[in-house]
Ligand binder design. Structure first.
Ligand code: NAD
Ligand code: FES
Length: 292
């Protein structure tokens, strides 16, 4: 059992929880994720790690209510427990294993969309701790939905906030700010974009035009998180990959976003899963228990 030390609402339907999980805190790196379950009845929910404190033995998660499972999670309070808190899963961000001297020469741009700001934070913080200042764009629909602005301000070299409705910061979507920054004379060697799939698709379209290599973190539907069930199947550079073990980070210019978004929708129903089983043949796996 994993005790919740802090639970608070960051914005409407978006919650932060700090959880006692010393083994994960000791081993996790930026970019990795975990799978949580409230109790026997709860569904398995994959969440990218938002922060960790190796000394305290805690891991921080941020989630948005999107269904019954996350609704159940949102009811938990400090002092309550998660039954399962499994991780760290997936591969760490590539820069973690890059020589620091090389990393320090790079101009890195992070693009965080909505709840995707949470998984961007530990990456920017890790770089800051190593002496690398990155530029960060955070996009939210409105001022009220903006999260972790103060934390990001402390970790980023330069922070640019955008809101779709212009209620705070720059007006418009993150893609507009990427273009504006480049037009203003900024040069970036690499972009890391994390947020809704549609945002990552359009950020990649923009950065491809601008010639900026781009990494994205995919969060398709996951069940086991260990490469067995096939739920998180994505196509990258024409090859079948499983986001939970091969990712979650991939070269964004090679991801088939349209297929990933279509699959995300189809996987929700038994009929859709049956259709995917036909389409995907051997690579479907089918071990998720939903589609035999
Ligand atoms: P949102 O819909 O509020 O979008 C956030 C920002 O993304 C917007 O403010 C905008 O700047 C940008 N954006 C959205 N659509 C765009 C487009 N078509 N072109 C260019 N920019 C665009 O975000 P939200 O409601 O917080 O998103 C929730 C989704 O994010 C969920 O589906 C969740 O699964 C996903 N998510 C992904 C990750 C991840 O690791 N990739 C992490 C957390 C959440
Ligand atoms: Fe990736 Fe099951 S969640 S294969």
């Amino acid at each position: 059992m994993y005790k919740i030390l802090e639970a608070r609402e960051l914005a409407a339907n978006i919650y932060l929880m700090e959880v006692e999980a010393s083994r994960i805190a000791k081993r996790c790196e930026p970019g990795q994720f975990l799978i949580v379950r409230t109790d026997d009845e709860g569904e398995r929910i994959p969440l990218t790690i938002c922060d960790y404190d190796r000394g305290k033995g805690t891991v921080t998660i941020v989630f948005q209510i999107v269904g019954a499972g996350t609704q159940r999670m949102a009811k938990l309070r400090a002092g309550d427990y998660f039954q399962d808190f499994v991780g760290p899963l997936g591969c760490a961000s590539e820069f973690v294993s890059e020589p620091l001297e090389e990393l320090k020469k790079k101009n890195i741009l992070f693009v965080a969309g909505g709840v995707g700001t949470a998984p961007v934070y530990p990456q920017v913080k890790w770089l800051k701790e190593k002496g690398v200042d990155a530029d960060v764009i955070i996009g939210a629909k409105t001022k009220e939905l903006l999260i972790l602005e103060k934390e990001m301000e402390a970790a980023a070299g330069n922070l640019y906030v955008t809101t779709d409705d212009g209620s705070y910061g720059r007006s418009g979507m993150v893609t507009q700010t990427i273009k504006d920054l480049v037009d203003e004379g900024k040069h970036y060697d690499v972009c890391v974009a994390i947020g809704p799939m549609i945002m990552m698709k359009f950020v990649c379209k923009m950065t491809k035009e601008l010639g900026i290599p781009t990494v994205v973190s995919l969060n398709p539907i996951m069940v086991d998180g260990t490469g067995m069930c096939g739920a998180c199947r994505v196509t990258v550079d024409g090859e079948v990959k499983f986001a939970c073990v091969d990712g979650p980070e991939f070269d964004g210019h090679k991801v088939d976003f349209d297929q990933a978004m279509r699959r995300q929708q189809m996987y929700k129903t038994a009929e859709g899963r049956a259709a995917l089983k036909e389409e995907e043949g051997d690579t479907h796996h089918g071990g998720c228990g939903n589609c035999n």
